[in-house]
Structures are given as structure tokens and as C-alpha cells.
Design a protein around this ligand. Structure first.
Ligand SMILES: NC(=O)c1ccc[n+]([C@@H]2O[C@H](COP(=O)([O-])OP(=O)(O)OC[C@H]3O[C@@H](n4cnc5c(N)ncnc54)[C@H](O)[C@@H]3O)[C@@H](O)[C@H]2O)c1
Length: 379
């Protein structure tokens, strides 16, 4: 019997437009789904490039105005893979039109924006999700399982960093296509909303809510030419951010992110230390989970490096044979599969409401960076 279709309208054909298109294409080939995703339409302002993208990925049609995409009655799900300043209006209009909504992170540029987005999807009662994909890298999902099973016991410390090095040149303009992340009006913030949002989402998923934060933020290059105007303009984003946090469970944390760590392209690492053990994960070696188990005899006790590629590891039974790796792209495949499976049962997280909690923390971090005070995070 033919499966019910899930007809997707994608907004944006950039980096995330590609990962999501790949995810919806692969998900039904590797996971048992009750609905068949269909790449129905892609929307972007440049018609020629949108058509090229549509032909490459197999989209049935193209729109150049997201409002027209939302008005179509042959679309069930609006997937927002456009810059941060677009998320709010598109998500709310999609929810009001009764569409399911998936949105890239950060959900809003501010928690005030994302609060309105949560209200809209909840009022409309439409399924919703935010693409915090790192939760679904099998080694990270495995860490969650081990923590929930109590293998680490009481948690004392959480440590995360996300390092890049691509904005060091003072000649790099801000704004426009490709460099919208440096324009505060479009991005909302710099590394805090872009990179630390990932670290905070994973941290709260693994270790619970964050009560308060104390941050140090810096903008190393104060002025850059704006790509759209050609004029020099002040830089409003944070180039680097380091903050301390207290979790509701009594544990303490350090988070750090920068785009000025020469040599690092996308180094996301996390470490968690508990009474009975510790875990370390590194995006550069994403299938490995380092685990220290304090039980057993002292002579042979030590760190073990678990290669998360066995059939019994999260998601891995659906891929190749034990020992063979998957990568970054597959975390999006898992997320698409979980979303679709969640439509017929318990909704898969992170929902808009979950992602709003992250925005509350990033707001508090940015505020603390200005006040130099501890700020309540409400996350
Ligand atoms: N989950 C992750 O790991 C991850 C990684 C990268 C980016 N992101 C997020 O994904 C979103 C997109 O980032 P990206 O790296 O794909 O950006 P990108 O610049 O590569 O692509 C953005 C796309 O949005 C389109 N767009 C811009 N304005 C539009 C409009 N008015 N109407 C329709 N389309 C429009 C652009 O044409 C482009 O196709 C951002 O919110 C970003 O924070 C998430």
C-alpha cells in the first residue's frame, strides 16, 4: 500500500538546505517510516539558482517568495533553512496556515522572538522541531543513554567548546550572502547564537536546565565594510564568548566559543565528569566516545575509547555493518527520521519550546557579557 506523503516546502538552498534535502532523501531508505517524504518545492529569491538546486535534489517546483510557498495547499511541512532573521516570520505564518514547521537554529534571534514562535505552533497545534542535529550523532546519543542510566552518577562538571578561525582577517566584509553571520541584524548575535547555542542545547539535553551564567564576550574587529552598502559599519556581533554556568542539578560548567582560534575549523568538544565516571566527545572524531569507569579494580582501571559503530549503538543498526562509520550528514538523516516517526506517536525533541529554552540561556549570556554580572538563565 502506498504510504501517506509528507510534502515538504524547503526555504533556503544553502548549506542547511543541502543537509536537509539529503536527510529527507536518505531517511526513508534507512529507517522504517510511515510517511514518505516528498521534496515538493524549494523557495529562494534567485529563481535560476533555485531551479538548479531543485533539479539537483529532485524538488518538484520552485517558489521565490516564501509566502507563496506557505499558501500552497500541496505542502504539509515548511522547513526553514534560511538565515536567522527569517525564522520568526516564516515559522509563525506557516503555523497559522496549519503547516508543520521545522526550523534551523537558533530558533529566534532573541528569546522574545522564539517565545512568539512557540506560541504560534502551540496555538495551531502543529508538529514542530528545531534542527539541533548534534543530539543525533550516535556517540552523543549514546552519552545521553549512559547518563540517563546513571553510569556517571552525580554530575559535578560540564565543559564544552566550539572553536573556529574564519573571521580573523580584518578585510572580511560583514553582511550579504555568505557573510550574514557577521551582521547582527540578520544573525542576532555572533558565536553565542551560532555555535554556543549548539553546545547549550546538547548540554541541557544531557545534564538538565541551566540556572545562571556569567559571561565574557569580545568583538575583536570593531568595524567591517558592509557587503550590501560598501560602507564601513560597526560590528555588532560577539566574535568570542566564554561563560561559566550553574546547572539546576548543582553541577558547574564552562563554555567557550570563538571564530579566532587559528587552526580550528569546527572543533566542538564536550566533557562531563560524574561521581562514577566521565565522558568526552569530539566532533573531529565523532564516532568515538571516551569513557572512564571508576568501578572495577584499580590496577586495570582507565579510559576506554568506544567506537560507536556497533549494531546495538543508537541508530547504527540501520546503517552498514559493525565497525563502519557514518558522519555529520547522517545526524540530519536521524533527525528527519525521528521527526517523521514522531508524527505518529510521541513528538520528537527538540521542539520549539525546547529550543526557546536555549534562546533564554543565550540571551542571559549576552546580557551577562555586557553587565559583567551573573544573570539568571531560565533555561
Ligand atoms: N544545525 C546546524 O548545524 C547548522 C549549521 C549551519 C547553519 N545552521 C543554521 O541554518 C540557517 C541557514 O544557514 P546556512 O548556513 O544554510 O546559510 P546559507 O547562507 O548557506 O543559506 C541560506 C539560504 O537562505 C536563503 N535565503 C535568504 N533569504 C531568503 C529569503 N528572503 N527567502 C528565501 N530564501 C532566503 C539564501 O538564498 C540561501 O539559500 C541559519 O539559521 C543557521 O544558523 C545550522
Amino acid at each position: 500500500m502506498a504510504k501517506e506523503k509528507l510534502r515538504i516546502g524547503m526555504v533556503g538552498y544553502g548549506f542547511m538546505g543541502r543537509t536537509h534535502s539529503n536527510a529527507f532523501t536518505q531517511a526513508p531508505k534507512f529507517f522504517e517510516l510511515n510517511r514518505e517524504p516528498e521534496l515538493t518545492a524549494v523557495c529562494a529569491r534567485n529563481k535560476d539558482r533555485a531551479e538548479e538546486f531543485a533539479a539537483n535534489w529532485g524538488y518538484g517546483s520552485v517558489e521565490t517568495d516564501w509566502r507563496a510557498l506557505i499558501e500552497r495547499d500541496d505542502i504539509d511541512l515548511i522547513d526553514i533553512a534560511a538565515p536567522n532573521n527569517m525564522h520568526h516570520d516564516i515559522a509563525i505564518a506557516a503555523a497559522e496556515a496549519g503547516k508543520m514547521v521545522m526550523c534551523e537554529k537558533p530558533l529566534g534571534r532573541t528569546a522574545a522572538e522564539s517565545a512568539e514562535m512557540v506560541e504560534a505552533v502551540e496555538k495551531a497545534g502543529v508538529p514542530n522541531m528545531v534542527w539541533y542535529n548534534y543530539r543525533r550523532i550516535p556517540a552523543v546519543t549514546m552519552a545521553k543513554k549512559m547518563i540517563d542510566e546513571g553510569k556517571l552518577g552525580r554530575i559535578f562538571h560540564y565543559r564544552a567548546k566550539f572553536l573556529q578561525d574564519w573571521t580573523i582577517s580584518t578585510d572580511l566584509p560583514q553582511g550579504g550572502e555568505g557573510l550574514w553571520r557577521l551582521d547582527v541584524d540578520v544573525a542576532g548575535s555572533g558565536v553565542t547564537g551560532d555555535l554556543l547555542a549548539h553546545c547549550i542545547d546538547t548540554a541541557m539535553w544531557l545534564n538538565g536546565g541551566i540556572d545562571s551564567v556569567s559571561a565574557m564576550i569580545e568583538t575583536f574587529v570593531k568595524e567591517r565594510e558592509h557587503a550590501l552598502t560598501g560602507e564601513m559599519a560597526p560590528v555588532g556581533i560577539d566574535d568570542a564568548c566564554a561563560f561559566l554556568a550553574r546547572f539546576s542539578n548543582g553541577s558547574m560548567a564552562t563554555f567557550e566559543s570563538t571564530r579566532y582560534a587559528r587552526g580550528h575549523k569546527a572543533q566542538y568538544t564536550l566533557e562531563i565528569n560524574g561521581e562514577h565516571g566521565s565522558l568526552i566527545w569530539d566532533l573531529h572524531d565523532l564516532q568515538r566516545l571516551e569513557y572512564f569507569d571508576h568501578s572495577g579494580d584499580g590496577e586495570t582501571r582507565g579510559w576506554r575509547s568506544i567506537h560507536i559503530t556497533d549494531g546495538e549503538h543508537p541508530y547504527m543498526g540501520n546503517w552498514w555493518v559493525p565497525g563502519l562509520s557514518i558522519g555529520y550528514a547522517e545526524s540530519f538523516v536521524h533527525q528527519a527520521a525521528d521527526f517523521i516517526q514522531g508524527l505518529d506517536g510521541k513528538a520528537a525533541a527538540p521542539t520549539f519550546a525546547d529550543a526557546h529554552q536555549t534562546d533564554l540561556v543565550t540571551d542571559a549570556v549576552l546580557k551577562s557579557g555586557k553587565t559583567a554580572q551573573w544573570e539568571p538563565a531560565g533555561g
